[in-house]
Design a protein around this ligand. Structure first.
Ligand SMILES: Cc1cc2nc3c(=O)[nH]c(=O)nc-3n(C[C@H](O)[C@H](O)[C@H](O)COP(=O)(O)OP(=O)(O)OC[C@H]3O[C@@H](n4cnc5c(N)ncnc54)[C@H](O)[C@@H]3O)c2cc1C
Length: 363
């Protein structure tokens, strides 16, 4: 059993964890990052092969190291994964990969204990939880009633067209991943239906130099929509109801590909998905693009979250001193859980972790 005591333990070596680590190292903190995956960047490597980010290079890269793609290019998931790995190596960020934190708790003296799946117990004065929000699939409960002859998968588990059963494909959820996967199904020759409300569209074509530059207007709008402004809170509430805008794909792309667009899936009858208007579909495959959420059940700290989610102020726990989070939805701005917003959040979190521990509110 190890008796290491760290200034700061960071759980998660994705972009959020690496941003935080670099800031903390600049402030001479003795840190260690833990990541459950075998390699840094594996969260991205696990996503579907054709995934290309909608974040331009200037916003996707972390401070001090260029992402090696063209100035108007957007990285693929693999390019970003390899870049994150190179980033950690370049700045000698101490990351222990293949190491899952199985339990986090705080003792009577306020020290954090991280129980690793290696059997070690690591002690730290401060902890940042940077585990990402897209790790547990969310599907409607009626998915359990779908006939077993229909193949079902979630977008988190989709890799490429080999995942479709022969026959027609129903994609449920018409946002960015859903439209990507529907276009791929149609291109692979499957009769494809996409169900769900159109979430709105960023105008223009981001894959042209001018479109790339104009996308800054939208990125800045997301960054400026912060939790300390009335306008930011209003925009967040609006988006919460409507999902994320389509960024790259357009409705016209779906039409051109021969994809049928229908309303929401309301339930399942006799094992078949049924639309709001009563139409019953009979797909060979259903891909649920219905969202995902973080996995935080290993945090054994009473009251750190409630039914609204993690209790925090700009990522700093309002329950436990010197516990912080990164990459939460609307942590500070709408851009917070994306590459466009997490650098600023890391700066804030590290500066606040260096302050004397605040008095915790009652859990
Ligand atoms: C399909 C898809 C497309 C996206 N496209 C974009 C885009 O174009 N632009 C953009 O900015 N954002 C995009 N996002 C959002 C994207 O997830 C974030 O930008 C970014 O990956 C979040 O980084 P992160 O560090 O918070 O989380 P992650 O990259 O998920 O990293 C979290 C890490 O924590 C580790 N971990 C989790 N639990 C534990 C534990 N208990 N112990 C140890 N390690 C643990 C995981 O192994 C993982 O490596 C996309 C998301 C999805 C799902």
């Amino acid at each position: 059993m190890s008796t290491t005591t760290l200034d700061l333990a960071i759980v998660g070596a994705g972009a959020a964890g690496l941003h935080t680590a670099r800031r903390a190292m600049d402030r001479d903190m003795r840190i260690q990052v833990f990541d459950a995956h075998a390699r840094i960047g594996d969260s991205w490597r696990e996503r579907y092969r054709s995934l290309r980010l909608f974040t331009p290079r200037r916003w996707a890269q972390l401070p001090g190291l260029r992402l090696d793609i063209g100035v108007f290019d957007y990285p693929t998931a693999t390019q970003l994964a390899d870049y994150l790995e190179r980033y950690a190596a370049t700045f000698e960020i101490p990351v222990r990969t293949a190491t899952r934190v199985q339990r986090l708790h705080v003792d009577a003296e306020g020290l954090f204990h991280l129980a690793l799946d290696t059997g070690e117990d690591v002690v730290a004065q401060r902890v940042v939880v940077a585990v990402g929000v897209h790790h547990r699939a969310v599907v409607p409960t009626f998915a359990a009633d779908v006939d077993p002859s229909i193949r079902q998968l979630h977008s988190l588990d989709y890799h490429g067209p080999e995942d479709f059963a022969p026959g027609s494909v129903l994609v449920v959820g018409a946002a960015n991943s859903g439209t990507d996967i529907a276009l791929e199904a149609a291109a692979a020759g499957h009769a494809t239906v996409i169900a769900g409300r159109h979430p709105g569209q960023v105008p223009g074509n981001i894959d042209t130099p001018i479109g790339n530059l104009i996308s800054d207007i939208f990125i800045r709008k997301l960054r400026n929509a912060t939790s300390d402004t009335e306008k930011g809170r209003r925009l967040w509430e609006e988006r919460r109801g409507h999902g994320v805008n389509l960024v790259r794909n357009h409705l016209s792309d779906l039409r051109k590909a021969g994809i049928r667009q229908v309303g929401r899936v309301a339930g399942v009858e006799d094992g078949r998905p049924v639309l709001e208007d009563g139409e019953r579909l009979n797909p060979a495959t259903i891909v649920w693009c219905t969202g995902s959420r973080p996995v935080l059940d290993w945090i054994d700290i009473p009251g750190f979250a409630d039914e609204q989610g993690v209790r925090h102020e700009r990522g700093m726990s309002t329950v436990v001193p010197w516990l912080a989070f990164m990459g939460l939805p609307f942590q500070y701005s709408i851009a917070s859980p994306t590459l466009m917003g997490m650098g600023r959040d890391a700066e804030y979190v590290v500066e606040h972790l260096l302050q004397p521990a605040p008095v915790a509110q009652a859990a």
